[in-house]
Design a protein around this ligand. Structure first.
Ligand SMILES: CC(C)(COP(=O)(O)OP(=O)(O)OC[C@H]1O[C@@H](n2cnc3c(N)ncnc32)[C@H](O)[C@@H]1OP(=O)(O)O)[C@@H](O)C(=O)NCCC(=O)NCCS
Length: 252
């Protein structure tokens, strides 16, 4: 059976360094499915090389054994990564590149900023890469949502019943999204965010660590909710709010 091109060149990898193939085994075996004569090769590019990306790598590495990302490459924009941050990626055994490898098949934007996540996803899609996702085994997420493109759920989070999540949402450690929540595309929930029942969070909103959103509130597109804020009123699109009760910065 012809398998992956062992030792195949990575394509244009200007500025790349590293140790070659990732050593870990990731994702269930279905990821490396054999369909008749064809072996489906899955090479994942994690887009981002900062702390958030390393946390996404933690989630990938925690997935059940048996799997299928036969190579994980980390992509960073040219000049975006300090030597210290790059070293932390290399130490994990990953290649770090600043041009998307031509043999990559899937992408996973791994930055906290929704706008940058959108840019990375668009770049990858222009290169024909398919979206991957990663849900920590210690989080509880309804089966129907696990296939949401680009969804990343860090450890010990809970997504309740009748919730919808848009593409490329990132839920950090210890978040709760209660019943009937509606999250748009690229929503970021920082660590320990608590979202009560029936809340709507529109595309590209960012909620800082420990924010709390009361039932039924709406957080507008690209709004920012500060760390520790308690959202008791709807938040207008593009607004930054903070405090308890949360109010727009500058109006407090
Ligand atoms: C709300 C936030 C976005 C504002 O950032 P900013 O525009 O750079 O604001 P500044 O730091 O200049 O602070 C502006 C004012 O708001 C206050 N402020 C900032 N963040 C606040 C917060 N979370 N709660 C209450 N007040 C806050 C500051 O004290 C300052 O007040 P002052 O002018 O009276 O001194 C940011 O502080 C924040 O909370 N980000 C969330 C970060 C986070 O949780 N990331 C997740 C990491 S995993």
């Amino acid at each position: 059976m012809g398998t992956e091109e062992e030792g195949a060149p990575l394509g244009p990898v200007a500025g790349s360094r590293g140790t070659g193939s990732a050593r870990m085994v990731l994702f269930p075996l279905v990821g490396r499915a054999t369909s008749e004569e064809r072996v489906v090769v899955r090479r994942l590019v994690v887009m981002g090389a900062g702390g958030h990306a390393r946390e996404v790598l933690d989630v990938l590495e925690s997935l059940p054994e048996g799997t299928a990302w036969e190579r994980v490459t980390v992509f960073a924009e040219p000049g975006a990564t300090t030597p210290g941050a790059a070293a932390l990626i290399w130490q994990r055994g990953h290649e770090l590149v600043d041009v998307l490898p031509t043999d990559a098949t899937h992408h996973l934007p791994a930055v906290g900023d929704p706008a940058l996540r959108r840019r990375f996803a668009e770049l990858a899609e222009r290169h024909g890469l398919l979206p991957a996702g990663a849900v920590s085994p210690s989080s509880t997420v309804p089966e129907a949502l696990r296939g949401v493109p680009g969804l990343v759920v860090f450890p010990r989070s809970h997504v309740s019943t009748n919730v919808t999540l848009g593409a490329h949402c990132h839920l950090n450690t210890g978040c709760q999204v209660s019943h009937d929540g509606r999250l748009g595309d690229r929503v970021t929930l920082g660590p320990g965010v608590l979202v009560a029942g029936g809340v709507t969070i529109e595309d590209d909103a960012f909620l800082g660590i420990g924010a709390v959103v009361l039932p039924g509130r709406r957080i507008g597109r690209a709004a920012v909710v500060g760390a520790g804020a308690v959202v008791v009123h709807d938040v207008a699109p593009g607004t930054t709010v903070a405090g308890n009760p949360a109010r727009p910065l500058g109006l407090r």
